[in-house]
Design a protein around this ligand. Structure first.
Ligand code: HMG
Ligand code: MG
Length: 300
């Protein structure tokens, strides 16, 4: 690997991005066990849940209960998704010390996902981020639809750069670039990342791929070569986005860690424990494991 150091931070988003789009409604106790099992695998960052409107995402309506009950490991980051001040206040009351705000590079997607324009979402975030900084809360920002939109199609790289820069200027310490519907391919992913990295330090960027067209790992590899060292993934390849029709699950964390191990990049993650967690989660969800590595390891 040419650029940067040999440590990769895996941001596990399964309990949030995974479960928000699963048909099965898991009980809070299972979600709490999932977060704790993921912590035991050595993951440095686990997105626990989402304090969005429970009418919009009923799967995570128990966010307060879940976040309040997890047993935290020292040094592990436990962010939660927050769309507005109301969500921030709920998250803080449940004990959040790390949040993620989210907007998009496509106007059409922003409207469908948050009932607001991109500009309106940024206006909503300003007081949330200011309060979070005053409270010592870490803030990550997501930009969705960075490689395509289910409603408007092509998304200009300049828009991705503009929105990512706006989040950075508002005070997000990390910006995750999301291919929400998994349409990207490696050369496009690389060019998009390179353009954003011309404005924001690479060390503050993350990539977030969904695997709809089977391109997620190839896209990650291209972005690693470009120098990114934070990668989002979801155990068992769970999830998708409910406001992005046809979007399949996230890149599976097991597949990511298997590739990173093969590249000699260090994650601190115990792959066999992660694969066992993915098998267990798939049983809870009542469908086959969507991780190729997880399936392969389970059959050995
Ligand atoms: P809205 O309906 O426009 O909100 O939704 P509103 O401000 O007009 O309020 C309407 C009602 O919602 C009120 O209740 C509020 O109290 C309530 P009522 O008076 O009618 O009883 N409400 C809330 N309740 C609980 N918690 C809150 C909250 N806010 C308002 N935080 C809103 C606007 C943003 C809330 C809504 O559109 C929403 O929740 N959207 C979330 C959609 C979502 O979660 N999508 C998936 C996450 S993004 C993603 O997956 C992409 C990502 O993975 C990266 C990638 O892949 O690209 C991050
Ligand atoms: Mg996502």
């Amino acid at each position: 690997m040419s650029a940067g150091n040999d440590a990769v931070r895996v941001m596990e988003v399964g309990p949030r991005d995974g479960l928000q789009n699963e048909k099965a409604l898991l009980p809070p106790a299972v979600k709490i066990e999932l977060v704790e099992r993921l912590g035991a695998c050595g993951l440095p960052a686990i997105e626990v849940t989402s304090f969005v409107s429970p009418r919009w995402i009923p799967q995570l309506a128990d966010a307060d209960q879940v976040l309040g009950a997890i047993c935290r490991r020292p040094g592990v980051d436990y962010p939660v998704l927050v769309p507005n001040l109301q969500g921030y206040e709920r998250a803080r009351a449940a004990g959040a010390d790390s949040i993620a705000v989210f907007t998009a590079a496509s106007e059409a997607f922003s409207q469908r996902n948050t009932n607001a324009s991109i500009a309106q979402t940024l206006e909503r975030f300003a007081p949330v981020i200011a309060q979070a900084r005053a409270d010592g809360v870490r803030v990550r920002g997501y930009v969705s639809t960075v490689l395509g939109c289910p409603y408007q199609g092509e998304v200009a790289v300049a828009e991705v750069v503009r929105v990512a820069t706006a989040l950075h200027q508002l005070g997000c310490v990390e910006i995750s670039l999301g291919d929400t519907i998994g349409v990207g391919t490696p050369a496009k992913a690389r060019a998009m990342l390179r353009a954003v990295a011309s404005q924001i330090p690479m060390a503050q960027l993350a990539v977030h791929f969904h695997d709809t067209y089977g391109q997620a790992l190839a896209n990650v590899l291209a972005c690693l070569e470009e120098g990114v060292r934070t990668v989002d993934a979801a155990v068992a390849g769970s999830g998708g986005c409910p406001y992005a029709a046809g979007a399949s699950g996230n890149l599976a964390s097991e597949d990511l860690v298997y590739m990173l191990n093969g590249l000699g990049l260090h994650t601190g993650v115990d792959l066999s424990a992660l694969a066992a967690t993915g098998q267990w989660l798939s049983q809870q969800l009542g469908h086959p494991n969507r991780s190729r590595t997880g399936t392969a390891l389970a059959s050995q």
